[in-house]
Design a protein around this ligand. Sequence first.
Ligand code: FPP
Length: 237
Amino acid sequence: MDKEYKIPKHVGIIMDGNGRWATKKGLKRSAGHAAGYKTLKKLAVHILNRGVKYLSVYAFSTENFKRDAEEVNYLMDLFVNKFREDKNFFMKKNIKVIFSGLKEPLRNDVWESMQEISEMTKNNDGGIFNILLNYGGQNELVEATKKIVNDVITDKINIEELNTENFYHYLFQDLPPIDLMIRTSGEVRVSNFMLYQIAYAEMYFPKVYFPDFNEKEFDKALDVYNKRDRRFGGIKK
Ligand code: FPP
């Protein structure tokens, strides 16, 4: 890789198309989610090995609770099983696992498995893997607003001190802005994904379903990112 090759600091992925991937193969939608996790595990290691410092992935939106109970339960069981099974894997890879989202109405076992893996990996420094679970971007902004109001009325901050930089402290996780947002499956929508953090993100919408979004596909996304001209509202010198 040449010296000029740019590696985004923070990558966000909307992992879309698990259901369609499975249906196309004549399988149940749940098989698509299982395949999606297999892809995700390899991809997370690859992406952080490429030098990306933060990876945020959309595993379950608050709106996903509207799906059939069978699918919701399958996903919740998958979360519990994989967080428990793969704690040691992420320890070995030196990856810190964190979460963004609300506690309610998650099942206790799901919440506990999230606490366990984040507690176990909290001192790892080989990259941050942020999993969005029971997450919504608008919710995140509403929750941030509540925290700010609380800090103002308890005199922790002066309202005039609030700015676009320190606003990040009030989000579910205090992470840098997203540089590259990827949504698989060909859908071209943001779907409530990290609304504050994607303000200047480059966006990439590959047509592959998430289970097929492998390491090679991610490297293609990096190449596309490298051809983009990021100006952040300014003009090119
Ligand atoms: C969207 O595709 C995908 C989801 C709602 C679930 C994503 C979850 C995973 C990849 C597994 C993550 C697991 C862990 C343990 C973090 P869809 O099902 O809406 O696909 P469709 O649009 O084709 O129906």
